[in-house]
Design a binder for this molecule. Structure first.
Ligand SMILES: [Zn+2]
Length: 264
């Protein structure tokens, strides 16, 4: 092996370990930190230029896209990919500092965890507006986004037995009647959750969700409590679910208390 080939081999190893076979473009454009089958790309197009600064590990798709579009006006530029490569190296370093911890154990398949979801105590259930009204559930929900990226909540829904229900837009004063009590709440449209919800990075926000539920078997709630599950679906994050039961006082009870629901 001649001297130049040895240097190339050492550089190749450096590229593979610094990137841990993550594609710089997948990471920077799509926050995709999964390992890829790929190749080391020569960013200036010169296969003999094996300087480390000229090399980046890219997945097959992005390598091909880079090589074919680099010279075109809208294609990926050399400087742009170098910036992406630096961002990837920093993230890899941040997640597995100085250790030999396999990155696969550090990074779950979905690169960022979903916001934590918590049902808060002022949630209530009862008949709507009169003792003969429909059954309604008013959920107050808190989301805590602990990641450094904003996240979009796309769908929020509730499961009662086998059917799913979407929240309904409800504003103004709402009264919920249970045999022992009446709950009143003033609902504002801006706190409503019927549309996609943007949750900023490192932020905690509270919203309400209002559901009309099918009539329950009387007397409600009987000895068998009503068990419900709410589900939040986020763009590019794992879904979150919280299961709880309704009490005869029209309040909600979450297994293990109303603390923060851990994501799985
Ligand atoms: Zn890629």
């Amino acid at each position: 092996m001649n001297r130049r080939k040895k240097t190339a081999k050492a550089t190749e190893t450096a590229i593979l370990t610094k990137s841990r076979r993550r594609c710089a473009i997948c990471f920077s454009l799509k926050r995709d930190l999964s390992t890829k089958n790929g190749q080391i790309a020569h960013l200036d197009g010169n296969r003999d230029n094996n300087a480390e600064d000229n090399l980046a590990f890219l997945c097959f798709d992005h390598h091909e896209e880079y090589d074919t579009k680099r010279s075109q006006s809208k294609g990926l530029t050399e400087q742009e990919v170098k910036v992406y490569r630096e961002q990837l190296y920093q993230e890899v370093e941040r997640l597995a500092p100085e250790t030999n911890t396999p990155l696969a154990q550090v990074i779950p398949h979905c690169p960022l965890p979903p916001p934590k979801m918590q049902i808060i105590r002022s949630s209530h259930f009862g008949r709507l507006d009169s003792k003969d009204g429909r059954f309604a559930l008013l959920l107050k929900v808190k989301f805590r986004n602990e990641s450094t990226q904003p996240v979009l909540l796309q769908h929020f829904r509730i499961q009662d037995a086998d059917s799913w229900h979407a929240p309904q837009l409800q504003t103004g004063n709402v009264f919920l009647y249970v045999p022992t009590n009446i709950f009143a709440a003033a609902l504002r449209k801006e706190d409503d959750i019927t549309e996609a919800l943007h949750i900023p990075e490192m932020a905690e926000i509270e919203r309400h969700a209002f559901f009309i539920l099918p009539d329950q078997v009387e007397p409600f709630p009987g000895p068998k409590k009503l068990r419900l599950t709410v589900e939040a679906l986020f763009v590019q994050r794992s879904p979150q679910r919280v299961t709880f039961t309704l009490t005869d006082r029209g309040e909600i009870e979450q297994e293990g208390g109303l603390g923060n629901q851990e994501y799985t």
